[in-house]
Design a protein around this ligand. Sequence first.
Ligand code: TYD
Length: 134
Amino acid sequence: MAGPIVQLVDIPQRGDARGALSVAELGGVLPFVVRRVYWIHGTKPGVSRGFHAHRRLRQLCVCVAGSVRMSLFDGRREESVVLDSSAKGLLIGPGLWREMHDFSPDCVLMVFADAEYDEADYIRDREAFIRHAR
Ligand code: TYD
């Protein structure tokens, strides 16, 4: 049987009486050297994003505020997870079609990636992705 598509990791919590502090570091929750960080925020109501896969890129997504539903599809099976905690990270490896839905207005989705932006690494056509995945 194939393994899970959704891979969640527990992000160490180092908060105290002053408030929360979450840590993502190499050798801890991060399985790769981070070469790029971006964050998606201010998403307008009803907007969905993503609708692509990557050929090689690995990412760790952390919803540090609000909530978002992440849908992952490996070409055969689709799994969905709601990210609503800065204590959970979603690891997305290569070869997964991702969609982001149901952003809360306050959602801030941080994404840590193992490579710089490269449009050639994207597969933006779903049918082409399914052919690539199989
Ligand atoms: P895109 O990947 O289409 O967003 P999403 O898939 O999350 O809906 O990116 C939107 C635009 O931002 C596109 O013009 C490419 C640009 N972009 C960068 O320049 N650098 C980056 O690291 C990312 C993620 C996007």
